[in-house]
Design a protein. Structure first.
Length: 404
């Protein structure tokens, strides 16, 4: 087992019995997933958790703000056996954090579920209300929220520590009063009582990604970045780096994701490297797979902030699942996965010259880069995949259902 992430062996009759306890007759059990800030086709919420529960026999609904795929708020759409109910998506942070949570919970209550599983910290107070109403409630902690708040630019610097402490207190109460907590990383899981928490890491679906041979790796002329487009995720450094890849002027940078703030796109477009950027915006899962199939290498870069050191970004595992070598920030956790398994290179994330040199190395050494990609894919197929993690999710649900 590599340092920095957790791998489970799902062997033994007792373990399987524990995971499946209470799941023999889930057909009549309504599960409502709630999010005030994600999208309907979110990789973790919809494509992993909701579909895993639906396949296990639960009646699953996902209530989420609408997007271009679901324009009509309040209209239920069934996709892959999961009912999606869209509420109004608000553009401002204040509306998303105050009005949208109330709308999401009201829409969820109309579905009259037994289990309510929510995915945003601003929904915690309403999670307490759902418990008072007799519902089983699960908090899905995607991020290390108290630590992240210390570095949020939209919070005045003098208020960040008090806000972080308040978030810690609220999560402490949630971990002891809600029915269960799903933690996305081992570091997050440590903050909650062991009896209530399930570690469900956001690894890639091995059934979703396959190595695309239509375009041989040696003929791919692009570098991929997928995810949030922010300054602290090295948006500027990536674009400046692609401008310095002088030995391969035909290589482009493919970017997919949403910029925060939206005005950041205009700032990035003013950089000299923007002429070599193919900006594709928010992509669905098909678009994501297509983008990775066009790419030679994937980028996983963050500024060296304390809030980033313990991350396990899903893009890392999706690049690996697609057979791409990765260029990652030189943090201990990433180094253990990437260089420890010889599936990519680690670089100082704010060193533009080092990023550019790593990109050039990948194109100068196509055979070695391809072997890196193969080793990363083998690791995902063997252990770092959602098919392992879903057993922890089903086990938590089994315990909560059995507690009725």
């Amino acid at each position: 087992m590599q340092r920095g992430f957790h791998v489970r062996e799902l062997e033994g009759a007792q373990r399987r019995d524990d995971c499946m306890q209470g799941l023999s007759q889930p057909d009549s059990i309504k599960v409502i997933h709630l999010s005030s800030g994600h999208y309907a086709d979110d990789g973790r919420i919809f494509w992993k958790e909701c579909l895993s529960l639906a396949r296990a026999g639960y009646d699953v609904t996902f209530v989420v703000p609408g997007d271009p795929c679901f324009r009509r708020e309040g209209v239920a759409i069934v996709q892959e056996g999961v009912t999606i109910v869209a509420v109004k998506r608000r553009s401002g942070r204040l509306g998303r954090m105050l009005a949208t949570p109330i709308e999401v919970v009201i829409a969820g209550l109309r579905r009259n579920g037994l289990i309510y599983h929510f995915h945003d910290p601003e929904l915690i107070p309403l999670g307490f209300l759902l418990r008072v109403l007799g519902k089983r409630v699960i908090y899905d902690a995607h991020e290390d929220q108290p630590r992240d708040l210390l570095f949020k630019n939209w919070i005045p610097r003098g208020l960040r520590r008090p806000v972080s402490v308040a978030a810690s207190v609220v999560e402490w109460i949630a971990g002891r009063t809600l029915s269960g907590v799903v933690a996305a990383t081992p570091v997050i899981a440590q903050r909650f009582p062991k009896r209530h928490v399930a570690l469900v890491q956001n690894f890639a679906l091995k059934s979703e990604f396959a190595v695309d041979e239509e375009v041989p790796p040696g003929e791919r002329r692009a570098v991929a970045y997928v995810g949030g487009i922010t300054a602290d995720r090295c948006a500027v450094e990536m674009i400046e780096a692609i401008a310095r890849v002088e030995r391969f002027p035909d290589v482009s940078l493919l970017i997919a994701g949403v910029a925060e703030p939206p005005s950041l796109v205009g700032e990035l477009a003013a950089l000299s490297g923007w002429s070599r950027v193919d900006f594709r915006g928010l992509q669905d899962r098909v678009g994501l797979r297509r983008l990775l199939a066009e790419s030679r290498v994937g980028l996983v870069l963050f500024h060296p902030l304390q809030s980033h050191f313990e991350r396990q970004p899903v893009k890392l595992f999706e690049y690996m699942a697609a057979g791409l070598p990765v260029i990652a920030a030189d943090f201990p956790r990433f180094r253990a996965i990437v260089e420890g398994n010889r599936c990519g290179l680690c670089v100082p994330p704010r060193d533009v010259a080092a990023i550019a040199a790593a990109i050039e190395w990948m194109f100068e050494h196509p055979a070695e880069a391809q072997e890196m990609g193969k080793r990363g894919r083998e690791l995902v197929m063997r252990s770092l995949n959602w098919e392992h993690e879903e057993q922890e999710l089903l086990g938590l649900y089994g315990r909560i259902v059995g507690a009725r």
